[in-house]
Design a protein around this ligand. Structure first.
Ligand code: HEC
Length: 128
């Protein structure tokens, strides 16, 4: 089992860059996060949106840094838990993840994703 797993990991790394979904899957990010809804951690959509808004041109590097080194205290609703560091990820993987997370920002509640989909009360609820 283990050998096959490692071999397929090595292979996929050699043949093509891993997709964000694969990296997320392999590292168990979804144990805490969801893409568009709150779980034990802020949704990737909300994270993308928040960082675009507050970090601007630094959004990507901020996200990469938070995944690599962990984060806590940024999202008040989740002050009970913290983002653990994933120091095992390569710069390339971090970059793939950050691009993916930023691309999810259009799925966040609030402005910019059309109206009338049952999110009429969205304003003011914010993403954290
Ligand atoms: C043990 C639960 C847990 C796991 C597993 C987890 N996270 Fe998090 N993550 C959190 C929490 C809690 C926060 C909010 C931290 C804060 O308030 O600063 C967070 C925040 C983040 C942020 C926002 C950082 C910022 O600067 O805005 C990103 C990006 C992120 N996580 C990505 C990931 C990725 C990618 C993975 C998988 C490699 C992952 N997380 C795995 C709990 C987790």
């Amino acid at each position: 089992m283990r050998k096959i797993f490692i071999a397929s990991l090595a292979l996929s790394g050699l043949l093509f860059a891993q997709s964000a979904e694969e990296i997320i899957d392999e590292n168990g990010c979804l144990a805490c996060h969801a893409v568009a809804s709150k779980k034990a951690a802020p949704a990737f959509a909300g994270i993308g949106k928040r960082n675009k808004r507050f970090e601007g041109a630094n959004a990507k590097s901020t996200i990469m840094n938070s995944i690599k080194n962990g984060s806590s205290g940024k999202y008040p609703m989740f002050s009970e838990s913290a983002m653990p560091p994933f120091a095992n990820l390569s710069q390339e993987e971090l970059s793939t993840l950050a691009d993916y997370i930023l691309a999810q920002s259009s799925k966040a509640h609030g402005r910019g994703n059309g109206r009338g989909m049952g999110q009429g009360m969205g304003m003011g609820r914010g993403m954290n």
